[in-house]
Ligand binder design. Structure first.
Ligand SMILES: Nc1ncnc2c1ncn2[C@@H]1O[C@H](COP(=O)(O)OP(=O)(O)OP(=O)(O)O)[C@@H](O)[C@H]1O
Ligand SMILES: [Mg+2]
Length: 282
């Protein structure tokens, strides 16, 4: 059976996923500080709204909801328009309900150590907005003080999100130089892992992205160069980054692979078109 995919519309990312994220997958977006995780999570939601008319929910655990909105605006993404239309919601799991912002907010989680409360608020926000996409920034915050609970926390969130038909990205924070993605409990519980990296080679920083796993999908098996621009993240899907302790080389992907990717994207575009036509006819 052909899997339905959710397209991120992040330039180059759907290509290295051979068409997009399989529907209802929960993807761990893992990486060190400043690697672009939060930007990518926002871009995934914003593109869903503008390109596919899919509503979204953003769970803010790391940043004040006001600064989340500012960060959308920084890239020219007018998210407040969708918030007003009821197609986008921010869940404030940052202020603990303290302060004037929280008083005006509809979705507030007072105690982040209580996953049950977060799950209830999230379920309500998904239902109210009819969301198809969810981003949690970051899940690491939920189990920082209790690593043993990590798997359980992720499974609880995954059940409600996938159960309501949503596809999600969970931001996972790792430290510089750490090889893992956020701990074994989490890494096996999620359906996909996308890792963002920042490597310093002889005084220069290089950004890159690699897909480590994606259930029900073929994936690119190389590390791709990635840029953060004024319009958001751009993945160089037709190139790969070869890093050694003293060199970084950007090389073109073999021709056959470029063709395979192009074909996958073409098929995905064709199929989306056909699905839409069917839905219109119904
Ligand atoms: N317009 C822009 N052009 C280029 N780079 C930018 C632009 N805006 C932001 N950045 C870069 O993006 C980086 C931050 O990305 P982001 O906030 O997504 O990181 P993160 O992975 O979420 O980090 P953390 O784990 O610390 O939250 C910054 O270091 C900044 O340099
Ligand atoms: Mg961040």
């Amino acid at each position: 059976m052909k899997v339905r995919r959710v397209r991120t519309y992040v330039p180059g990312l759907d290509e290295i996923l051979y068409g997009g994220i399989p529907e209802r997958n929960v993807v761990l977006l893992s990486g060190g500080p400043g690697t672009g995780k939060s930007i990518l999570a926002k871009q995934f939601l914003y593109n869903g709204l503008t390109k596919d008319d899919e509503a979204g929910v953003f769970v803010a655990l790391e940043e004040h909801p006001v600064s989340v909105l500012r960060s959308f605006a920084h890239f020219g993404w007018d998210i407040t328009r969708f918030e007003k239309e009821g197609k986008f919601a921010i869940i404030d799991a940052f202020t603990s309900g303290i302060g004037s912002t929280a008083q005006r907010e509809k979705y507030v989680v007072k105690d982040v150590d209580n996953v049950g409360e977060l799950v209830d608020v999230l379920r309500q926000a998904i239902k109210d907005t009819s969301a198809k996409r969810v981003a949690i920034d970051s899940v690491s915050t939920l189990y920082l003080s209790k690593p043993a609970a990590a798997r359980n926390v992720v499974m609880m969130l995954k059940r409600v999100i996938a159960g309501l038909g949503c596809t999600a990205v969970f931001v996972s924070q790792t430290s510089v130089g750490e090889r893992g993605f956020g701990g074994p409990g989490v890494e096996h519980a999620v359906d996909g892992i996308v890792r963002l990296d920042l490597d310093e080679i002889d005084g220069t920083l290089y950004r890159s992205i690699i897909v480590w796993k994606m259930r029900d999908s073929k994936i690119s098996m190389v590390r791709h160069p990635m840029d953060i621009t004024d319009n958001g993240i751009v993945v160089q899907w037709d190139k790969y980054l070869r890093i050694t302790p003293h060199s970084a080389e950007i090389k073109p992907l073999p021709k056959e692979e470029v063709e395979a990717v192009k074909k996958a994207i073409e098929e995905e575009t064709k199929e989306t078109g056909e699905q839409e036509k069917e839905e219109e006819e119904e």
